[in-house]
Write a protein that binds this ligand. Structure first.
Ligand SMILES: NC(=O)C1=CN([C@@H]2O[C@H](COP(=O)(O)OP(=O)(O)OC[C@H]3O[C@@H](n4cnc5c(N)ncnc54)[C@H](O)[C@@H]3O)[C@@H](O)[C@H]2O)C=CC1
Ligand SMILES: O=C(O)C(=O)Cc1ccc(O)cc1
Length: 308
C-alpha cells in the first residue's frame, strides 16, 4: 500500500477505462474515496452491484463535489457537455483530467468551461480492449502500458501534472508527455487508422459472405480474427474518435491509400521486386519493435517500456 495520491477522486462515465482505474487505484490505495457517476441508471445500478466506486452518485454534480481529482471517462464527443455541467461545482485547486483517445478536440471542448483555479491536465492511457461497460474493467489493464499526459497549455501547474503522473504510475503505467497535435497524429497512425482498416476489412468479409458462405468465419486465420476483435469495439466511442480526429486520420488514410494503390499496381503488373522490398522493409520495423521490448504478442497495443 502507498499513501493516497488524492483524497477524493470522482470518475464520470463508468465504463472499461473508469472501472479499470477504480480497481487499479484500490489495488495500491492510491485514492481515499472514489465517487462515480454514469448517465444511465442501469450502469449506476450495475456499478453498485459489483462494488465499483465507494459511492455511486445520482448526479455528476454530487460526484464531483469536494473532489481533488475529477476524471472524465466518457466518449470524446460527450466531454464538453459533461465539463459544462460539472464546472460550477468544482472546488478551487481541483484537477480535472480525462482519458479520451483524442486530445486537441477534448481540450477545445473542455477548457473554456473550467473556472480559474481548476487545473486541467488531459491524459490518454494507451490501453484498452474491445469490451466496454462497468463490468469489463480490471486492475491490471494499465500495467506496463503507456499513459500520455497532454498538458492543456504551457501555463499548466507543474505540481498538478506531477501528481497525475504519480497516480498513473501507481496504477502501473509508464508516463510520457506530448503536445496535443503531436499526440493526435501519432494516435491516428498507431490506433485510429488501424481501427478503421479493421472495421473495413470485416465489413468487406461480411459483404463477401454471400460468395463464401460461412467460410469466412470457419477458416479465419489469426490476422483476420484480430481484425474481428478490433471491429467489435464500441461504436459510439469510435464514431467520436473519427469525428474529432478528422484531419490527422484523413492525412494518414490518404497516405495509406497511395501505398495500397502502389501495392495493387505491383500485384497487377507482376512487380515482385516492389512487393518483396516493401515486405522486407515492414519486417524490419516489426523486428525493431520487438528488440525495443515493446511487444510481447499482447492483443492490444500501448505496452510501455519495461520498468527498470
Ligand atoms: N476502450 C478503450 O480501449 C479505450 C478508451 N479510451 C477513451 O476512454 C473513454 C471511455 O471509454 P470506455 O471506458 O471504453 O467507454 P465505455 O463505453 O466502456 O464507457 C463509457 C461510459 O460513459 C458513460 N457516458 C456516456 N455519455 C455520458 C454522459 N454524457 N454523461 C455521463 N456518462 C456518460 C456511459 O454510460 C459509460 O458508462 C473514451 O473517451 C475513449 O476514447 C481510452 C483508451 C482506451
Ligand atoms: O484493443 C485494442 O487493440 C486497442 O487498440 C485499445 C485502445 C483503444 C483506444 C485507445 O485510445 C487506446 C487503446
Amino acid at each position: 500500500m502507498t499513501a493516497p495520491v488524492y483524497e477524493r477522486v470522482a470518475l464520470i462515465g463508468l465504463g472499461l477505462i473508469a472501472s479499470s482505474m477504480f480497481w487499479a487505484m484500490k489495488r495500491r490505495g492510491l485514492a481515499g474515496e472514489v465517487t462515480g457517476f454514469a448517465r444511465s441508471r442501469a450502469t449506476r445500478e450495475t456499478a453498485r452491484r459489483i462494488g465499483l466506486c465507494d459511492r455511486v452518485c445520482e448526479s455528476a454534480r454530487d460526484a464531483v463535489e469536494g473532489a481533488d481529482l475529477v476524471v472524465l471517462c466518457v466518449p470524446v464527443g460527450a466531454m464538453g457537455a459533461v465539463a459544462r455541467e460539472i464546472a460550477p461545482h468544482l472546488k478551487s485547486g481541483t484537477t480535472v483530467s480525462d482519458v479520451g483517445s483524442v486530445k486537441r478536440s477534448v481540450i477545445s471542448a473542455v477548457a473554456p468551461h473550467l473556472p480559474g483555479g481548476v487545473h486541467f491536465v488531459p491524459a490518454h492511457p494507451l490501453a484498452g480492449t474491445e469490451h466496454s461497460g462497468p463490468e469489463s474493467g480490471f486492475a491490471e489493464l494499465y500495467d506496463n502500458r503507456w499513459c500520455i499526459i497532454v498538458p492543456a497549455d504551457d501555463a499548466t501547474d507543474p505540481e498538478a501534472v506531477a501528481r497525475l503522473r504519480d497516480l498513473w504510475e501507481g496504477m502501473g503505467a509508464n508516463v510520457d508527455q506530448m503536445d496535443a497535435d503531436h499526440h493526435d497524429l501519432v494516435l491516428a497512425v498507431t490506433s485510429h487508422a488501424p481501427h478503421l482498416i479493421a472495421y473495413t476489412m470485416v465489413g468487406v468479409a461480411d459483404d463477401l459472405r454471400r460468395v463464401t458462405d460461412s467460410e469466412v468465419i470457419k477458416y479465419s486465420a489469426a490476422g483476420f480474427r484480430d481484425f474481428t476483435r478490433i471491429a467489435a469495439s464500441d461504436p459510439t466511442m469510435w464514431r467520436d474518435v473519427f469525428l474529432t480526429n478528422k484531419d490527422a486520420t484523413l492525412e494518414v488514410l490518404g497516405r495509406f491509400t497511395e501505398e495500397l494503390f502502389a501495392l495493387q499496381r505491383a500485384i497487377r503488373t507482376g512487380d515482385g521486386d516492389h512487393l518483396f522490398d516493401y515486405f522486407t522493409r515492414t519486417r524490419t520495423i516489426r523486428r525493431g519493435i520487438i528488440e525495443a521490448g515493446q511487444d510481447t504478442d499482447a492483443p492490444d497495443f500501448g505496452r510501455g517500456a519495461p520498468k527498470s
